[in-house]
Design a protein around this ligand. Sequence first.
Ligand SMILES: [Mn+2]
Length: 336
Amino acid sequence: MIPKGIIKKIKKKIKEANNIALFCHIDPDFDCLGSMYALYYALSNIGKDVDMFTHEQFSSSQSQLLDESLVKVGGFNPKKYDLLISVDTPTEARLGQYGQDFVKHENTIKLDHHHCQDGNFNIAKISYVDPIRSSCSEIIYELLNCLKIKVIPETATMLFAGLSSDTGGFQTTNTTLNSFKTASELIQDGADTLKANDALYRFVTIKSLKITKIFYDNIEIIDKEIAFCAISQKELNKVGATKKDCSNLSNKLICCQGANISCFMVEKELNTYDCSFRSMKGYDVSNIASFFGGGGHKEASGCCFHASSEDEAKKRVLNAIKHYLKYKEKENDNKQ
Ligand SMILES: [Mn+2]
């Protein structure tokens, strides 16, 4: 439950604001985009002037669900807005090019569900962060209800997509009774689940199918419990794909039998390696990601780092995972 004091503060800020700017994290996923679009539709519907800011072009599945013409990339003028709201974004760094302006602005609200470990996460004047929530979309839904702002069908569809995406289709361990309850209420509010599911799970481009083949070929199981897969720039280029065409693959990697931790490493630019970690219940991969300056959740986290070669990157990341598993083993021994 969002505390009444916070609701009251947010209500006042929204009431007083005419021009509102919304922000999401770099490398945007469906939860942050869904949360941002949901707020956009809801606040526009009550007569506010709202602009959304993002960082890059959408992936093909994102542009299938979201009206890309509604977002701006760059060109943000903080003086134009009397309220800034960030969603699903723990730190200033994750706000990318908007981070500095956001932190300096006098009226800011942060709504998030990331557990903060490192970095400057005290970025807004008013903050509501609940790491127990499956998704930021779940928080936005409760907030709109508490603020008595009508959840119109467009808003409901966006929140359903965010909720479904961050719970891996209501399957990951962060899925709670409240996630299902929220989903059912969103459907009552008119969420177009078919449209959301098509974009999230059914729609696939030829190039992402081709990169999926390479993904399966490259999977290795290390020490019986680490599922690892690397895809190089060369391999991406061969099928005309980018990192964005790989976005769902790390969820498949953790499904390998016996795997407790998975790491999907994509060379997104030359010598720049993007790692996406997943874990089974009881393991915390946000530890490993934060070692490389990244972060996220216990079961899903990510980081990006430079290395002189794929071999070096692989070595470093596997060392970190093995180190964590050893520590985990010791911790278990101590408990017994
Ligand atoms: Mn999220």
